[in-house]
Design a protein around this ligand. Structure first.
Ligand SMILES: C[S@@+](CC[C@H](N)C(=O)[O-])C[C@H]1O[C@@H](n2cnc3c(N)ncnc32)[C@H](O)[C@@H]1O
Length: 231
């Protein structure tokens, strides 16, 4: 299926932005329904892999409504979440306002492009991206940027869904929540164009990351790519 939402380049960024602007207020519910609540465990797994300890600095790319950002910050990590969608960030800000500082860990949220991070090199000990890399016009430049802003010894973690899992649930969710299955089906289309977890691992090796690993969950329906900046 060809879908107007999947057009590489700058035009695509606008389309992706429109999509998340539309679903922002329902995003957390959608996430719970699509994963049957399991995304919470997967996020805990990411935080554990990140070795998130007080005193570290973390950056969460494509942070959306902030789930992973909050989880890292609650560990006492000085955490920044970055996303280009004002609407997704507004939901994150509401969550932060509604909950106590202890519950959120008080992270900072900023609006910006994951492909052009507004940080100098060697800034973070942990750099994560959850369900986000595939949305970028050029996922490789997202990984380049992750590596650039990471310090020696930093952990880079990419969490992604595998196409087969969403094939069933996404059109249904699109119909239920957007009333526009074709707009939401962009996610399916982007997953088709997004390379398998092995390509991400390969790119991590090209970036000379150490301890590169792919952790498949749910029989590969979900995968976590892990790599470290050599010391
Ligand atoms: C599927 S959501 C993931 C949200 C969150 N990380 C999670 O795990 O629930 C993808 C997010 O990527 C953001 N995004 C897409 N392209 C981006 C870009 N080029 N720069 C920054 N954020 C981007 C979208 O606005 C959206 O909030």
């Amino acid at each position: 299926m060809s879908n107007a939402y999947y057009t590489p380049g700058n035009q695509r960024a606008g389309k992706v932005n429109d999509l998340f602007a539309r679903i922002a207020r329902r995003y957390d519910l959608l996430n719970d329904l699509q994963s049957f609540g399991m995304h919470r465990n997967w996020k805990r797994r990411v935080v554990k892999l990140a070795t998130a300890t007080p005193g570290c600095r973390a950056l969460d790319l494509c942070c959306g409504t902030g789930d992973l950002t909050f989880a890292l910050a609650r560990r006492g990590v000085e955490t920044t979440g970055i996303d280009f969608s004002a609407q997704m960030l507004a939901v994150a800000a509401q969550r932060q306002k509604r909950n106590s500082q202890i519950a959120t860990g008080n992270p900072q949220f900023i609006q910006g492009d994951a492909q052009q991070l507004p940080f100098p090199a060697n800034s973070f000990d942990i750099v994560t991206v959850g369900y986000g890399l595939r949305n970028l016009a050029h996922w490789e430049s997202g990984l380049d940027e992750m590596a650039r802003v990471a310090r020696p010894g930093a952990r880079l973690i990419v969490r992604r869904l595998y196409f087969a899992h969403l094939k069933m649930s996404v059109p249904l969710m699109g119909w239920l929540f957007c009333g526009d299955a074709s707009a939401y089906a962009y996610i399916l289309e982007s997953l088709k164009h997004y390379p398998a977890q092995l390509a991400v691992a390969e790119k991590m090796r090209q970036l000379k990351l150490a301890n590169v690993r792919v952790i498949n969950l749910l029989g590969g329906a979900m995968a976590i790519n892990y790599g470290e900046i050599p010391v």
